[in-house]
Write a protein that binds this ligand. Structure first.
Ligand code: PEP
Length: 251
């Protein structure tokens, strides 16, 4: 059985003070590690402090992107080695906002996924279609291609461990979510692509999150679907009570 995984993506929100306040309010109230994996993906500046704040609790800390090189002349970038060095566990790779605003491509996503594994970080690999692709019935083709390209060169064992977040771009931050049934069909397709490219065991083990306007009120409908194992949540992960409700609904 696949354990649910709920990840908050804070994007460019909060100050250090607000981040620490959130961690203090939430850490003692999260369900146990046997029930759910809990991740907070915060801006770089807060990561070190958050890792220390939640140490010993069922909360892991993730970054929202990283460079694929271990070091070098890349002004402003953060390396996977630096993230690992402060005990960050996860890294979101290929979020649609990174693809749209920061030239993230399938090729750079693949380099980052490989680099995350080389450096002992678990990637949350984001895929998803635009509204136009959704309306034209091109979702499976597009998402399948993103998954194949992102995972190229990984071993079956690595694929089993990683997280895929299926996020229809038109549902992110818009208040419009996909229906749970539609999202489940796309996640089923993703599993099939992984089975074809790697193995049935990898396809059965990989955890797939849905993301796109998930809230405490609708998370259960997504998690009750057979191919959806968790959620990547932006807006509704910012408030401690809301985040705790998402976790409670997942167990
Ligand atoms: C996201 O940031 O990945 C996301 C899904 O945002 P929201 O939950 O706000 O739609």
């Amino acid at each position: 059985m696949r354990k649910p995984i709920i990840a908050g993506n804070w994007k460019m929100h909060k100050t250090m003070e607000e981040a620490v306040d959130f961690a203090e309010k939430v850490k003692g109230l999260v369900p146990s590690n046997a029930q759910v994996d809990t991740v907070i993906c915060a801006p770089f500046l807060f990561l070190d402090r958050l890792v220390k704040e939640v140490s010993g609790y069922n909360v892991k800390i993730g970054a929202q992107t990283m460079h694929y090189e271990e070091k070098g002349a890349y002004t402003g970038e953060v390396s996977p080695a630096a993230l690992k060095g402060i005990a960050v566990s996860y890294v979101i790779i290929g979020h649609s906002e990174r693809r749209e605003f920061y030239n993230e491509t399938d090729e750079s996503v693949n380099k980052k996924v490989l680099s995350a594994f080389r450096n002992g970080l678990l990637p949350i690999v984001c895929v998803g279609e635009s509204l136009e692709q959704w309306e034209n019935g091109e979702t499976n083709e597009h998402v399948g291609s993103q998954v194949k390209k992102a995972l190229q060169g990984l071993t079956k064992e690595q694929v089993k461990d990683l997280i895929i977040a299926y996020e229809p771009i038109w549902a992110i931050g818009t208040g419009k979510s996909s229906t749970a049934e539609d999202a489940n069909k796309v996640c089923e397709h993703i599993r099939q692509v992984i089975e074809n490219s790697f193995s049935k065991e990898a396809a059965d083990s990989v955890r797939i999150q849905y993301g796109g306007s998930v809230k405490p009120e609708n998370i259960r409908t997504f998690l009750s679907q057979p191919n959806i194992d968790g959620a990547l949540v932006g807006g509704a992960s910012l408030d401690p009570d809301s985040f705790l409700k998402l976790l409670e609904a997942s167990i």
